[in-house]
Design a protein around this ligand. Structure first.
Ligand SMILES: NC(=O)c1ccc[n+]([C@@H]2O[C@H](COP(=O)([O-])OP(=O)(O)OC[C@H]3O[C@@H](n4cnc5c(N)ncnc54)[C@H](OP(=O)(O)O)[C@@H]3O)[C@@H](O)[C@H]2O)c1
Length: 121
């Protein structure tokens, strides 16, 4: 299968990529912001099955061309999207700043919705 996964530079996303690539029929495009951590993932996998893209999912509008190119080059079509990237602001709700609430909504709701829309055939 051809799979796009966001938030693969650490945590659950990183481990999910390792699991997905155990199946040699899977190709994965992994998206996160941190280039160094994406390089670590590429190094751990060392396989042409994986391509990574450093991209802030809340800024998809600015990077649609790059994403389109990567999709065309590596996957051609997409079977599965794993909207894993997420933001947890770990403090009491009453102390949230307005900007933090905006960031949560942008990362956890608007960005996944934009990616779904972008990837729909
Ligand atoms: N761990 C848990 O117990 C738990 C429980 C419930 C839900 N979840 C959810 O499961 C998902 C993964 O959790 P986790 O514990 O593995 O979290 P994590 O280690 O903090 O990983 C989050 C990933 O999302 C990426 N990310 C965050 N904002 C991004 C953005 N704007 N653009 C692109 N990538 C972005 C981060 O990479 P960069 O910083 O490189 O961009 C990172 O790879 C999250 O959505 C989390 O909310 C986790």
């Amino acid at each position: 299968m051809n799979i796009v996964i966001t938030g693969c530079s650490s945590g659950i996303g990183f481990e999910t990529v390792l699991e997905l690539l155990k199946n040699k029929d899977n190709k994965v495009l992994g998206i996160s912001r941190n280039k160094e951590k994406l390089s670590l993932l590429e190094g751990a996998v060392n396989s042409a099955q994986l391509q990574t893209l450093s991209l802030d999912i809340t800024q998809l509008d600015e990077h649609q061309g790059t994403l389109q190119q990567m999709l065309h080059k590596h996957l051609q079509s997409v079977d599965v999207l794993i909207n894993n990237a997420g933001l947890l602001v770990n403090k009491y709700f009453e102390s949230f700043e307005p900007m933090e609430i905006d960031n949560i909504i942008d990362t956890n709701f608007k960005a996944p919705a934009a990616i779904i829309k972008f990837l729909l055939p």
